[in-house]
Design a protein around this ligand. Structure first.
Ligand SMILES: C[S@@+](CC[C@H](N)C(=O)[O-])C[C@H]1O[C@@H](n2cnc3c(N)ncnc32)[C@H](O)[C@@H]1O
Length: 195
């Protein structure tokens, strides 16, 4: 069955599903994000001339592709993916994009130093809602270390904020919602409360 899934028409869906079967908590979703959700994420992504966009938990690259289609040059996109098989797929299918295989929680260590302070938007695809508060705080701190004051976008199925943002020292704003995703999803922007 898995063999036939991996020969499916939409590249990466079989890979996504097999990774989900092996590690559902890390994947957080059975299927990749829909085009409607990816377009909304891209719409709320900002970058200046000297900045890059950092996508954390890129999976099969559906959000990455929407960012490129929205006009982000490939050399300005850095994607981080912890699953080696998925990052190999990203390297094969996203020419010119900087693909980092590693843990987003170690972002200050894996992102090239020259890009620290040069992150226009960080986008989180990691299912943070499933993690305890201390780990969520580690994520917030890792992003703050490389993108001071910028915060991050997070897409989620939760109707309300998936993060206890006040406890994490953040402000929260729901930027977008779409019913055209399985399940319906929102895009949240979190920024440091003191920033
Ligand atoms: C819900 S999927 C999102 C995939 C894709 N961005 C999408 O929207 O379809 C979560 C992805 O985050 C990756 N991931 C989970 N924990 C991670 C971590 N600590 N560092 C980097 N990637 C991680 C998983 O391997 C998976 O590819």
């Amino acid at each position: 069955m898995l063999d036939s899934i991996s020969r499916e028409r939409t590249p990466g869906v079989g890979l996504f599903l097999t990774r989900w079967m092996r590690n559902p908590l890390r994947m957080g979703s059975v299927v990749p994000s829909s085009p409607a959700l990816c377009q909304r994420i891209a719409r709320h992504t900002r970058w200046a001339k000297d900045e890059v966009v950092v996508e954390l938990g890129a999976g099969t690259g559906v959000v990455s592709r929407a960012l490129l289609e929205a006009g982000l040059p490939p050399e300005k996109l850095v994607v981080v993916e912890i699953e080696a098989e998925m990052s190999a797929h990203l390297r094969d299918t996203l020419p010119g994009v900087n693909v980092l295989t590693g843990d987003a929680f170690a972002l200050p260590d894996i992102l090239p130093k020259a890009l620290h302070g040069k992150v226009g938007t960080a986008i989180c695809g990691i299912p943070l809602v499933l993690l305890p508060l201390a780990q969520q705080q580690r994520f917030v701190d890792a992003v703050e270390a490389v993108a001071p004051g910028k915060g991050f976008l997070l897409y989620t199925y939760c109707a309300t904020s998936p993060l206890p943002y006040r406890k994490l020292g953040l402000n929260a704003k729901r930027e977008a919602w779409t019913p055209l995703n399985i399940p319906p999803a929102s895009v949240w922007r979190y920024t440091p409360a003191k920033g």
